[in-house]
Design a protein around this ligand. Structure first.
Ligand SMILES: Nc1nc2c(ncn2[C@@H]2O[C@H](COP(=O)(O)OP(=O)(O)O)[C@@H](O)[C@H]2O)c(=O)[nH]1
Ligand SMILES: [Mg+2]
Length: 315
């Protein structure tokens, strides 16, 4: 290859850049994998399914390549309006992809219900597909072989064995993804890791902590929003409204003598301080917003986009 001289710049950029959309069933490890790629805890991770509600962007610039990862909510059966918005966000990110990265939990055996969902989504993919067999640290060879057989049967794309948790295979996967990126100028400054505002991450860290500290359906009824962010104060003052769907859940969140909300505040504050690298005063206000998961206007205010024509319901 010849080096273009300084006076006549080449019209073909030397850099590669593009969107890598992570797609898969709930709990497959999509968010863990994206965090591993970018080396930061950007997308919330919990042991429970359906915790990523909106898409989260993670940016990685290595050498001449910039990968813009889109972490998405899982491909699920959308029953309520929030789930329809979640599925809509996943399908929208699929359409923006330059490369699709299908993430599969191979600690579980393939079941028709799961593979059917994945096949349905892949039928819509216009970009090249790579498959990450994730959780190989837990998988046995018979299960892996069953998944490989499925991938061959549908001609799914190039497959990679990884563990997002331990990091095994992740570098090789990354190298393979880079080769798929189209040539073009970087979409973001080289040092950027995220595109969402800091407030988004703060609210998500509170929500992640809710998943860790409360059981059953409660975390699925909670949405968090930063209402105030006073940068000039030390410690930094942050007020977060924690919305629940019913007044009875408000009592659960606060707990007897306010113990539960105090524990939530302490644990969330520690995460936010780690994320921001400075001292924080976290002020949590619990509020009730009746059945917000089913309320189109309310979801809109909270930043969700519920598909009008319901592409999500048909999917
Ligand atoms: N053992 C193991 N657990 C994993 C791996 N990747 C993710 N997990 C766990 O699987 C659960 C779901 O992960 P998450 O990233 O939230 O999945 P998502 O719903 O696809 O975004 C969490 O408890 C993770 O710690 C992996 O490679 N190995
Ligand atoms: Mg997730």
């Amino acid at each position: 290859m010849t080096t273009p001289d300084a006076t006549t710049p080449s019209t073909v950029p030397q850099t590669r850049t593009g969107y890598v959309t992570l797609l898969g069933r709930p709990n497959a490890g999509k968010s863990t994998l994206m965090n591993r790629f970018v080396g930061q805890h950007l997308s919330i991770v919990t042991a429970r399914a359906q915790t990523t509600w909106q898409r989260v962007t993670g940016i990685l610039t290595v050498g001449d390549a910039q990968l813009v990862f889109l972490d998405t909510p899982g491909l699920l059966e959308a029953r309520d309006l929030l789930q329809r918005a979640m599925l809509g966000a996943a399908l929208e990110a699929l359409h923006e992809a330059d490369v699709v990265l299908l993430v599969v939990d191979v600690a579980q055996r393939p079941r028709a219900r799961d593979t059917g969902r994945l096949e349905h989504a892949l039928a819509d993919a216009r970009a090249p597909v790579h498959v990450a067999w994730n959780k190989t640290d837990l998988a046995d060879s018979a299960t892996l072989e069953a998944w490989e057989a499925w991938a061959r049967s549908i001609d799914a794309g190039v497959t990679h064995r990884v563990s997002a948790l331990t990091g095994t295979g992740v570098q090789a996967l990354l190298d393979a993804l880079v080769t798929e990126l189209p040539r073009g100028p970087f979409l973001y400054p080289e040092d950027d890791v995220a595109s969402e505002p800091v407030r988004f991450f703060v609210a998500e860290l509170v929500r992640e902590t809710v998943f860790e500290q409360y059981t059953q359906e409660v975390p699925y009824s909670v949405f968090c929003r930063v209402e105030e962010f006073r940068e000039s104060e030390d410690p930094l003052y942050i007020q977060v409204n924690v919305y629940v769907e019913r007044p009875s859940q408000k009592a659960i969140l606060v707990g007897a003598g306010g113990h539960a909300i105090r524990d939530l505040g302490q644990a969330a504050r520690a995460k936010i301080e780690h994320f921001l690298g400075r001292r924080v005063y976290l002020d949590l206000w619990v509020k009730s917003s009746k059945s917000w998961r089913r309320n189109r206007a309310r979801l809109g205010e909270l930043g969700f986009r519920v598909p009008e024509d319901d592409e999500a319901r048909r999917a």
